[in-house]
Design a protein around this ligand. Sequence first.
Ligand code: BGC
Length: 749
Amino acid sequence: MVKTKIMAWAMLCATCSITAQTPVYLDDSKPLEERVQDALSRMTTAEKIAIIHAQSKFSSPGVQRLGIPGLWCTDGPHGIRPDVLWDEWDQAGATNDSCVAFPALTCLAATWNPDMAQLYGKSIGEEARYRNKNVLLGPGVNIYRTPLNGRNFEYMGEDPYLTSVMVVPYVRGVQDNGVAACVKHYALNNQEVDRDHVNVLVDDRTLHEIYLPGFKAAVTEGGTWSIMPGYNKYAGDHACENSVLLLDILKGDWAFDGVAISDWGAVHNTEKVASNGLDMEFGSWTNGLNWGASNAYDDYYLAKPYEKLIAEGKLPMKDLNDKAERVLRLIMRTEMNRNRPYGSLNSDEHYAAARRIGGEGIVLLKNDNKLLPVASDVKKILVVGENAIKMMTVGGGSSSLKVQRETLPLDGLRAKGAEKNVEVVYERGYVGDVTGEYNGVTTGQNLKDDRSAEQLLSDAVKAAADADMVIFIGGLNKSDHQDAEGSDRTDFALPYNQNKVIEALVEANPNTAVVALTGNAYAMPWLDKVPAVVQGWYVGSEAGNAIADVIFGDVNPSGKLPMTFAKKLTDYAAHAKGDSLMYPGVNGDVQYKEGLDVGYRYTDKLRKGNVNFAFGHGLSYTTFRLGEPVASGKEFDGQGALSVTIPVTNTGDRTGAEVVQAYVRDLKSSVYRPIKELKAFRKISIEPGKTKDVTLDFDKRAFAFYNPETKLWTVEPGKFEILIGTSSDNITAKIPVTVKNEITWEDSE
Ligand code: BGC
């Protein structure tokens, strides 16, 4: 009898790790909250303190006594960052931390395709999982307020609705791997100048309508498990210590049950950070060790100083419990989740995803005389420009990567050219940044060129005259002030003599296309003369192949701008008045006096033709016609949704995808409303000659504004229009809608 019992017990142990003695917190058949509370109830104060702050550059400890593992974070948001030393930013020199670089988030946003965001999240989540990272520090959803912001390339453009739609599948895709997304930088982190302290003054309505929706969607729809309060201040308090952002909005209205993880070194004060809703502290001071103390991790604001204030009864235990509980929940959702998949690294699927997303995000801005795709009679192409030969995955700040491979634009074009019997030759044209190093990762490229600027130019011009077609590949390059964390751009113009080179090339050969690799809009003084312009973003590992796919027409471009490409810097409202208080700030304050007038919300009010390329603009190698839309009704009472169906016909000769966009205009309002605002869109692929219906839904949110007095989202009764089109400046139909009654609801709904 005893023997049988022992055997049964042994069999149970062999087949299943859960036994009768398994404590609740380790038993994943038990509900998550029960496990969290059980673990919390067993922990000492010191253990709770330990799990809410870093133990190294990117990790936090678990509770070894209880067998609870710690957490490992990684940047984000375009690939999995290589490992650094325990206490320092220097490279660990690992051999298993090379990754696939996915396109920058501006490129993802330019796909206007939530399926691409899901594919992106899934793929990068798999890489994070394989590398045993629990928290991916991304995606970034700060709004494109100024084209000077050095980190715009890490974000999703100027529109809160587009950002909201794109962030949700990214977050879900990552988290399906048992890896937490950490949506950043919450909130109003829209410039790099004085980023550690700049105090943003913005009215409540603008905050809720422009700067918060992306974060809100990530929390309430995406269910993100973590969020990163940024460096900047809002209304006088640092984001990490800001009770309005963290307690009232994030944890109050949005009922966030995850972890608020400080940006690296963004915490400044124990009392505030302990009481105002931050849960975990990372990156305080330089290397975690030598802040005049034997172990600086213990000196973190949320470490010994916090423990002391609790012991003295000056701060309540309940806040520490809340933080520890959230961290435990995060650990159980990730590292302690036995059901998560294993992930994969550098897989063929990930390269294919990067190439596909890149191909869908590249935007054909201009294409006179059908210069693109490369015509069948083109036998020789001259490629000019440093960005054709420069690795762009190294640099730019914390998003910098160590890639397994990166196909350069020139190599992608050469390979594709060889397939199609087109000779591709190269000239440099200008020299920009030749360093190729970030944080100890080097590209290994030698980009030195000793020719003078004049010589470089004349060599390129000479070669241009001898080619059937010229493709200039330039832009910015993620070095300081050229799309990089830690510094903003100082100029809206392209750097390094590029404008002169472009002008000279197009004069030598009118068949010149410009492909710009940037995360930002830029001035195009040569635009009237250049027949074709492509926005190539930063595409990552598959840059060269994705660009070649579009240039040679194997991929029919379908990207649309997620931000306005204005003519001049002063066509962005933040810069319109040359008011330093609006940018970059005065005495530590920056005031968003332009309110809601960000991007097209402002340029819509300016003279016609004020932009080079409008928000939502992007061409295809085919053409589309939008037919007469049919609405499900003319009146709206706030219940359910009004839907509009638009027939879309591919009127050209090749399969292509169009993005049907819908903007809502309030014709009469008691408050200021922008001329129009994006409220729905759908991308659809159609074969030549075929027509497909696109149906867009509009619920009460499509008509609402945020009333700062009542703190209610509000739809006023009256007349609205739904504007249908293929870009913000190509509206093909207007549908009148009457809202019958006032509709209000709380932000928490
Ligand atoms: C950046 C974050 C990044 C963190 C960790 C900070 O400087 O602002 O975006 O995730 O460093 O590298």
